[in-house]
Design a protein around this ligand. Structure first.
Ligand code: FAD
Ligand code: EPU
Length: 347
């Protein structure tokens, strides 16, 4: 390791950096260089440095939505801005500006403890705040777009600070402008959230939530957080013991004509109508029906309880996971004519 000191601050560019602890799949790869930053001044130093200018770069938060298929021949930039600032507060709501390096679930816990509603259904999603708008994280009937006021960051092509209002972020299902047009071009430094004080509007319509709540004495954001955490830990594998990146594929959004054709062949196929009036199929169901639930090929496999989650059983390489993903994709295509799209960012 060497320290690059340019008098003002100190940025460490660590060469040959092992990434196994920095991706939840637990893939054993290295980066040519790795650098973290803890302030905006450090970030500017980092992107003014010749190492940044000479190499391709990748922004890495918690590494819970990436699959490394080989060593990264460039510079990994790891945001460590850990601040939560109250920007505005009324009797009804609070506006928080949150640094990209805060662990997402720590923010959810903090909001719930303070009685600020809006994040509770997104409890226990791994990763950091800076990545949360990238794919508009969603779970149990909620999406982060519903509580985001603004996204602030640096345009890496001209190093200027830019602010995107919610309506400018082009949020969609597991998508935003930051995952499409601005992919790898915009570094999110802060996310501004608008959270609600009491009374809260709980979202209880997903799956078994309403049924579980019937057994609870009260319906609060704190109870919701506990319910969601319990459902998640019963369904999803713990990344500490089985490397994974959550859902590997997105749920396919299709036209009504395709739904009608599929229903003729398979009456029980689950179909969900989205608030936007689209139709979503369950990728987990399609994968299970294609015979790929709980399968294993070498060190790669699919989870026994949720086949949409691909797993590293031990020392899987990124290529092994990718090959399994391609195999599943092919099986689903052969049986249903549906092309699964990855949710995970393949590097
Ligand atoms: P990373 O994996 O580090 O990065 C993801 C992408 O964002 C990369 O392209 C990266 O370059 C980019 N990026 C990261 N930080 C920044 C930044 N500051 N500025 C610009 N670009 C950036 N997702 C859901 O939506 N819902 C779920 O219910 C859910 N459940 C999960 C369960 C498990 C067990 C796991 C492992 C993952 C799950 N995920 C879920 C996926 C993942 O947790 C989210 O996508 C999360 O937001 C990724 O955060 P991260 O910090 O780990 O991002
Ligand atoms: N299903 C099966 N077999 C299974 C599991 C599920 O057929 O083994 C079917 C069932 O019909 C079930 C349906 O899939 O009703 C939905 O399952 P689940 O509630 O587990 O949700 P999902 O659609 O598989 C999505 C998100 C998750 C999110 C949950 C809860 C995507 C790609 N995935 O999964 O997000 O946590 O809903 O809201 O949208 C992630 O993005 O990484 C992620 C984990």
């Amino acid at each position: 390791m060497y320290i690059y000191d340019n008098l003002k601050n100190m940025i460490e560019f660590t060469p040959n950096f092992p990434l196994r602890q920095y991706n939840t799949f637990g893939i054993d790869v290295k980066a040519k260089y790795f650098a973290g930053f803890s302030s905006l001044a450090e970030l500017h130093e980092l992107i003014d440095d010749k190492l940044f200018m000479k190499h391709p770069s990748l922004i890495l938060g918690g590494g819970s939505n990436v699959l490394f298929t080989k060593d990264f021949d460039g510079l990994i930039i790891h945001p460590k801005l850990e601040e939560i600032n109250r920007i505005e507060e009324t009797n009804e709501e609070i506006i928080l500006k949150v640094g990209s390096g805060i662990i997402w679930d720590n923010l959810v816990e903090y909001a719930v403890l303070h009685g600020w509603g809006g994040l509770e259904n997104l409890s226990a999603i791994p990763g950091n705040v800076g990545a949360a708008p990238i794919q508009n994280i969603g779970a149990y009937g909620a999406e982060i777009k519903d509580v985001i006021d603004k996204v602030i960051g640096i345009d890496l092509s001209n190093k200027k600070t830019c602010t995107f209002k919610n309506t400018e972020c082009e949020f969609g299902y597991r998508s935003s402008i930051f995952k499409t047009r601005l992919k790898s071009k915009f570094l999110i430094t802060h996310v501004v959230f608008r959270l609600k004080k009491f009374p809260h509007s709980l979202i209880t319509g997903y799956g078994e939530i309403e049924r579980i709540l019937e057994h609870e004495k009260e319906r609060t954001i704190s109870v919701m957080r506990t319910v969601i955490c319990n459902i998640r830990s019963s369904k999803l594998p713990d990344v500490k013991t089985k490397g994974n990146a959550g859902s590997y594929f997105k749920n396919p959004v299709v036209d009504i004509e395709i739904i009608e054709q599929l229903k003729k062949r398979m009456k029980d196929i689950p179909v969900y109508e989205t608030p936007e009036g689209d139709y979503k199929l369950s990728a987990a169901w399609l994968i299970e029906k294609s015979g790929c639930k709980g399968i294993r090929s070498g060190n790669a496999g699919t989870h026994d309880h949720q086949p949409l989650v691909l797993i590293n059983h031990g020392n899987a390489t990124g290529k092994e996971i990718l090959e399994l993903a391609d195999f599943i994709k092919e099986k689903v295509y052969q049986l249903f004519g549906i092309v699964l799209e990855p949710e995970v960012n393949v590097i």
